[in-house]
Design a protein around this ligand. Structure first.
Ligand code: PHE
Length: 421
């Protein structure tokens, strides 16, 4: 009897040890050793600038945090995976990061359609995921382990509708949308809702799919209706070509877009045809605040490129995760999830980040004008500004993860050319 008990005890100890070891792979690592974080994004596909730029921001933040001593003495390691901008691949690489690499959290994706495909994997494994920049509302609705550090598209669509109606005095609009993209479809819906509410009229909606080369049919029918503005809520690879063909067809109405236009490659595709277009975005590199200018200078020094919104959001996502890890004192899924959910007034380069009950960040947007290869700051629109009101400047606060991080962020409202409405 005694012997059986002893062997039973031995067996159970062995089993427990084995189980702990399994949980204690590279990622879970108990509460010592490296903290392994998974990054997934499009590094080689049609939206590769999104993935590369975001990863650069993530890596820069992780290095700064590590140099400043890491998270309670532990260093961060980023494992990154290329999903080629394909939803199925995004789900596959996230499964790999969770099951094989045992990452304690995930950062990604950029394009909402890819995040939507991968998020259920993180949710069911109880591994927290923070999307730096996916703006479609459905993303965080996947479950309570899915977060984002950017604003959402009902707001982004409204920002452009207000800008069109109030600043450009547009009465009519046409929309060119990528029908297979949840991002593009969502923005179309939200822009339409807000623009009509402001008294505007949508004359036509034309659709295309990612990778199309010829948009002249759709543009010709839009031209015949002569709208005041044309809203194109797509990604840079298609938008650049659309702008060029619109110009060839002698369309004079300004093109309006969203954050998906943000990539230097858009200028190679669209060139001068993009001049005079406007987009909504997450931050402006022209923001004179010292914290933003320090980020821009550090990023340029490290990568020799100007950081776009993706880089800034990747940087912020990593720092929000690090802040939560520090507060929770553990990398276990449920506790880390709770700590991310409790993020309040975290000062990022893209604004002050508070995670709300829906796991989204409520932040102001900027409107930028495309001119001569640059995104020129126009105005900031606050998340709670009623239609027709001037945006309130982002507040300054001092929460920060590491000494190496910017201490405060001011709003771009001090930049020149700012107009309010
Ligand atoms: N918001 C876009 C999406 O959800 C992605 C994006 C963000 C692209 C920021 C560029 C800049 O699909």
């Amino acid at each position: 009897m005694k012997r059986t008990l002893v062997s039973l005890l031995l067996i159970s100890t062995l089993l427990i040890t084995l189980a702990c070891e399994r949980r204690g792979g590279p990622g879970a690592g108990g509460e010592t050793g490296q903290i392994v974080v998974g990054y997934y994004g499009d590094l080689t596909g049609r939206t590769s600038n999104f993935g590369v730029s975001t990863r650069n921001g993530v890596l820069m933040a992780a290095d700064e945090i590590n140099k400043a001593g890491g998270i309670n003495g532990r260093q961060i390691t980023i494992l990154s995976e290329d999903d080629e901008g394909r939803p199925e691949k995004a789900a596959t690489v996230v499964t790999k990061l969770i099951d094989q690499d045992r990452v304690i959290a995930l950062l990604g994706e950029v394009a909402s359609g890819n995040t939507l495909a991968a998020a259920p994997k993180a949710q069911s494994a109880h591994v927290p995921m923070i999307s730096p920049s996916s703006t479609n509302p459905a993303v965080t609705q996947v479950g309570d382990y899915i977060f984002r550090v950017c604003f959402i598209d009902p707001f982004q669509g409204e920002v452009m509708a207000k800008f069109a109606a109030n600043t450009l005095k547009a009465k009519t609009a046409a929309i060119m949308l990528d029908f297979n993209s949840p991002y593009s479809r969502g923005l179309t819906e939200f822009f339409e809702k807000s623009f009509t509410k402001l008294g505007g009229q949508i004359l036509s909606k034309q659709s295309y799919t990612q990778g199309d080369r010829d948009y002249k049919g759709q543009l010709t029918s839009i031209r015949s209706l002569n709208p005041d503005v044309i809203y194109v809520p797509g990604y840079y690879g298609e938008v650049g070509v659309i702008a060029k063909q619109a110009k060839q067809l002698d369309i004079k109405a300004p093109l309006l877009g969203g954050d998906g236009w943000d990539a230097p490659q858009i200028w190679e595709l669209g060139g001068d045809a993009l001049n005079g277009s406007f987009i909504s975005n997450h931050y402006s590199v022209e923001d004179p605040s010292p914290a933003i200018q320090k980020f821009v200078a550090d990023f340029k020094g490290r990568y020799n490129v100007v950081p776009d919104a993706l880089a800034a959001l990747g940087y912020d996502a990593m720092r929000v995760l690090a802040d939560a890890l520090k507060r929770s004192g553990t990398s276990e899924g449920p506790a880390l999830r709770d700590a991310i959910a409790a993020t309040k007034e975290f000062v990022g380069v893209t604004g002050v980040i508070t995670i709300d009950a829906e796991r989204n960040a409520v932040k102001p947007a900027v409107v930028l004008k495309l001119q001569g290869g640059k995104y020129v700051y126009q105005q900031t629109i606050g998340a709670d500004a009623p239609a027709g009101a001037a945006a309130s400047p982002a507040t300054t606060s001092t929460s920060s993860v590491t000494g190496a991080s910017p201490a405060a962020v001011a709003s771009p409202s001090a930049a020149t050319k700012a107009t309010s409405y």
